[in-house]
Design a protein around this ligand. Structure first.
Ligand code: FES
Ligand SMILES: [Fe+2]
Length: 424
């Protein structure tokens, strides 16, 4: 297969595509629970994997995620009235329940039973409404990710729109080698990263060596940096199929990760997941996250569009770039990443790349995704569905040069739920 074809296969997630079929095997974060605050609240447009859907909570609080368009003449049900356990189309009053079943068709009451819209099961866990868009007989157990299971006071979740294909974002998430450059300023100044010895280690060795290990959820992508001739500083980033990346912790700060969920092939939701497994977040931490520090961002009010975005050149500050305060001139880790990933175009042409050894994690991840998608097509096992896999953690650790990370960091990568993180 040539590189262009491979790029097509890796980046397309609509119905019937290789990746689309694979992603539909998992519970997917669909929207924040707070977007549907209560019974009969206003419905929300949700686009996932190229499918336009409408989410709502009925009179009894039941969740529905159904085709956005009315079966009659394809009007958007975003305009619908949420009443008496269903969504009633604003055009001619056809009404649907949370399973997509038409329950009232005022002009021809006998006809209703035969009309049904596509619908997907939903569940609410960890402030997120999840959906499963795959074959019903293959629906997996509910998600078991640690961040979704910790008590609410230990967690902060946000999402932002990213204007590019999900894979560019995933690749940024497992690429430790850009941190000292692009995020150099943030390592010094961001309140959610401060106070870690790892910041200094990251800064002093700018040519990390990558070692990659497969596990049942995907890959453990380990970047090692020399400390003093005897010890390495390891940052181990799990890539968890199909689209999670977990960021190694810095000191006692909360840990973070991302879910990069395709909206369509040219946009994705960047879910930013911060939590501390063992303690409530402090008021200071929560306030910093709300203010857009760490991996979180500030928004255009009333939207999930970042305040610094493509349309305003990410509020680029050339003076801060020149003065070395911000390496790229863009503020905030989230938008530093997003600005560069969006600059590659909506779907980057990977046949034009020149990959080097620090891109090994990325190469392996693409290969693993392809293999998983192929296995899925032939009824084989796919990674990331079992609880052990989902409860993998990132880890930052100092180890003697002779100790393989697979041994030295094992307890940090596969710990007991809600235990203290292994971090430097
Ligand atoms: S288009 Fe929805 S009821 Fe006619
Ligand atoms: Fe980054």
């Amino acid at each position: 297969m040539d590189r262009r074809e491979e790029n097509e296969l890796l980046t397309r997630t609509g119905p019937g595509t290789m990746m689309g079929d694979l992603f539909r095997r998992y519970w997917i974060p669909a929207l924040l629970a707070r977007e549907l605050p209560g019974p009969d609240c206003q419905p929300v447009r949700v686009e996932l994997l190229g499918e336009r859907l409408i989410a709502f909570r009925d009179t009894e609080g039941k969740l529905g995620l159904i085709d956005e368009f009315c079966a009659h003449r394809r009007v958007s049900l975003w305009f619908a009235r949420s009443e008496e356990c269903g969504l009633r189309c604003a055009y001619h009053g056809w009404k649907y329940d949370t399973t997509g079943q038409c329950v009232d068709l005022p002009s021809h009451p006998d006809h209703a039973q035969r009309i049904r819209l596509k619908s997907y099961p939903c569940l609410e866990q960890g402030e997120v409404i999840w959906t499963y868009m795959g074959p019903p007989e293959l629906q997996p157990a509910p998600p078991a990710y640690e961040w979704s299971l910790v008590p609410g006071e230990r967690r902060f979740i946000s999402k932002r729109l990213q204007e590019c294909n999900y894979l560019q974002a995933v690749e940024g998430g497992i690429d430790s080698s850009h941190v000292a450059f692009l995020h150099g300023g943030a390592l010094r100044n961001d309140p959610l990263l401060a106070g870690s010895k790892g910041n200094q280690y990251t800064d002093q060795d700018r040519a990390p060596v990558f070692e990659i290990e497969e596990f049942s959820g995907g890959l453990l992508i380990a970047a090692r940096r020399m400390i003093d001739g005897e010890r390495y500083y390891w940052r181990i980033t799990p890539w968890l199929a199909p689209f999670y990346t977990l960021i190694p912790p810095r000191g006692g700060n909360p840990v973070s990760g991302h879910a990069w969920v395709p909206i369509d092939d040219e946009h994705c939701w960047a879910w930013s997941l911060s939590y501390h497994p063992r303690r409530p977040l402090t008021d200071r931490e929560r306030a910093a996250m709300e203010a857009g520090h760490g991996i979180h961002v500030r928004y255009v009010p009333g939207t999930f569009v970042p305040q610094a975005n493509k349309a305003n050149d990410y509020l680029m500050d050339r003076n801060a770039q020149k003065a070395g305060i911000l390496y790229s001139g863009v503020e905030g880790i989230g938008m530093q990443d997003a600005s560069l990933q969006e600059s590659m175009g909506p779907i980057v042409d990977r046949s034009l790349e020149n990959l080097v050894s620090t891109d090994r994690g990325i190469v392996m991840m693409r290969r693993t995704l392809m293999r998983a998608a192929t296995a899925n097509r032939s009824g084989g096992e796919i990674p990331g569905l079992d609880v052990t896999a989902q409860q993998v953690r990132s880890c930052a650790i100092e180890l003697p040069c002779g100790t393989p990370f697979q041994e030295g960091a094992r307890a940090g990568l596969f710990p007991e739920l809600f235990s203290e993180p292994v971090t430097v």
